[in-house]
Design a binder for this molecule. Structure first.
Ligand code: C58
Length: 523
């Protein structure tokens, strides 16, 4: 008999969506949203609703339990032999299973036949823990630093290779960047695997976002695949106006760095917190620009899988740009499907929850959730009223609601808006808007989008409905305030951790975007 567990990693919770109508915070009163003191650290304040916090995306991994073993699918680079049939484990993909406790290696096809019980079942049970955010986590999630924890001493940057200047190189060859080239300004975001900083390239004084990933967290084979995917998607995305582009990649012994073009106007979550809900005209504009970005990715075989308010950034004019390609799936052809259980709880499509194979449809579902949030000022699966009942405040309950509850559309919305929401939020992916025969044309031709001039929109020729107020290049007014006191430095490298990292896995990670390089030289 096969059973599987689903392990997941949590991200830091962050700032709340104002829960009370009319209670629109000004940029400066976030610290006073919940003026009372919680009964105990980590407990909610009176009136605090945990369902409204930002939640990070996660990748779940399936764990197969047989005879006390807890197997996880693995790809093996080196010689590995099956403990059951003694044959070599080889081939492409994740051909083998490894027990996370006793490290036993077997073929996927042999794992159910293993007779030998796990030798150290008692040692490392995968138990449910509560992390600092009150979110339940399993196993590996304990390696996730919570925001409440103070960071240790500043990092002395590892000795960089002798700096090479662009002028010293042969024409056509490019230098790589290193941590030394950047001034770290502040922390602007955090996910389950990554921390995102605002940085300045010292030479040009230009500002960038820098996504920092600890190698120790990505040493699993499937995680390394994911780093490659993120880089490929960045390369593709650099050609689209509504997707953030990559400036460069580099590494230190402990970390990987993605230097990303900086988008200054904050994210849609932050803007929604000020607006409460958006006029239909505004929501239509954002939903249409997002549709173009998703369609561009889909045409290139990429499922985005992490559309949410936090990942929709606004540029200085008010156009959108999607960020974070860490959840993307690449190499998907029309009709192809995948089955990884991943995403951010509130936006996960029913087909993923049902454990079905899925394709691009999951992104259109997430666009439905996001558009609903823009128009209604709350999630379609709002379980705010259930926040006091612990049984109804769990992820399982949220998933049950996504799977079963009929979505109620506020009567204040127009017929066309209600229709587009019902279209995207169809629980059957085969019937969902954007997923049928007509696919993208069905979205383009939907009455809700009638006033959109799609070609003009894609060329950024349509004036956005809202222009973020920005004083200067480094104006912080549009940024979520929750990271303001967080120290910006990186923790020092730990030699024992580094010793366990197989650096060959990250060979060739360095990259410089030739287009952005030449732009830089213009200044
Ligand atoms: C924004 N939600 S990738 C902060 N978080 C992030 N911002 C940007 N990229 C990423 N220009 C993130 C996160 C990623 C993965 C882990 C979770 C957080 C970004 C990229 C390019 C700006 C930001 C909110 C925000 C937007 C703009 C400035 C400051 C904060």
């Amino acid at each position: 008999m096969r059973s599987f567990w689903i392990e997941f990693l949590t991200a830091a919770a962050s700032h709340p969506f104002p829960a009370i109508p009319g209670d629109i915070p000004t940029p400066y009163d976030f610290d006073h949203m919940f003026p009372n003191v919680p009964a105990a650290p980590g407990m909610p304040c009176a009136g605090e609703d945990r369902s409204i916090y930002r939640r990070g995306a996660r990748r779940w991994r399936k764990l197969y339990r047989v005879n006390g073993h807890i197997f996880q699918a693995k790809r093996f680079n080196r010689r590995a032999f099956c403990a059951f049939c003694q044959d070599r484990i080889w081939g492409l993909g994740r051909q083998g299973f490894k027990c996370i406790q006793c490290k036993l290696l077997v073929h996927k096809k042999c794992h159910k036949l293993v007779q030998k019980p796990c030798s150290n079942e008692h040692v490392d049970p995968v138990e449910v823990k509560e992390d600092a955010n009150g979110e339940s986590t399993l196993g590996r999630a304990s390696s996730v630093r919570s925001r409440a924890e103070p960071e240790p001493l500043p990092e002395t940057p590892p000795a960089p290779p002798a700096p090479v200047r662009a002028e010293d190189l042969e024409p056509g060859s490019q230098r790589h960047y290193s941590l030394e080239d950047f001034e770290l300004i502040r922390v602007i975001g955090r996910g389950s695997y990554a921390k995102v900083l605002m940085v300045e390239l010292k030479r040009t004084k230009r500002v960038y976002a820098m996504k920092v990933i600890k190698k120790a967290l990505v040493t699993d084979d499937e995680d390394i695949d994911w780093v490659q995917t993120e880089k490929h998607v960045f390369e593709t995305a650099s050609n689209h106006p509504f997707l953030v582009g990559l400036h460069s990649c580099f590494q230190t012994p402990s970390r990987l760095f993605f230097v990303i073009e900086f988008v200054r106007g904050g994210d849609l979550m932050f803007h929604m917190q000020r607006q409460r809900r958006l006029p239909e005209e505004h929501a239509r504009f954002y939903a249409a620009e997002i549709s173009l970005a998703l369609h561009f990715l889909h045409e290139r075989g990429v499922i985005y899988r992490d559309l949410k308010l936090d990942n929709v950034l606004l540029d200085h004019e008010g156009h959108i740009k999607l960020t974070d390609y860490g959840m993307c799936k690449e190499g998907v052809r029309p009709g192809d499907t995948t089955s990884t259980f991943c995403g951010t709880p509130n936006y996960i499509a029913p087909e993923i929850l049902r454990g079905e194979e899925y394709g691009f449809s999951v992104d259109w579902w997430a666009l439905g959730v996001l558009t609903y949030e823009m128009l209604a000022g709350r999630s379609p699966f709002d379980i705010a009223q259930a926040a006091d009942n612990p049984d109804q405040n769990t992820e399982d309950y949220l998933f049950q609601v996504i799977l079963e509850k009929t979505i109620r559309i506020p009567r204040s919305l127009s017929v066309k808006a209600a229709s587009v929401l019902k279209g995207f939020l169809n629980k059957n992916p085969a019937e969902r808007l954007g997923c049928g025969e007509g696919a993208f044309l069905d979205i383009v031709n939907h009455p809700f989008f009638k006033s959109i001039e799609w070609e003009m929109l894609e060329q950024k020729q349509v004036v956005p409905p809202f222009k973020p107020r920005l004083e200067g290049e480094r104006d912080l007014a549009n940024f979520p305030p929750e990271f303001t006191d967080e120290p910006v430095h990186l923790t020092p490298d730990d030699d024992t951790v580094i010793a366990d990292i197989d650096q060959s896995e990250f060979e060739g990670f360095e990259y410089v975007n030739p287009l952005l390089m030449s732009l830089e030289d213009c200044v």
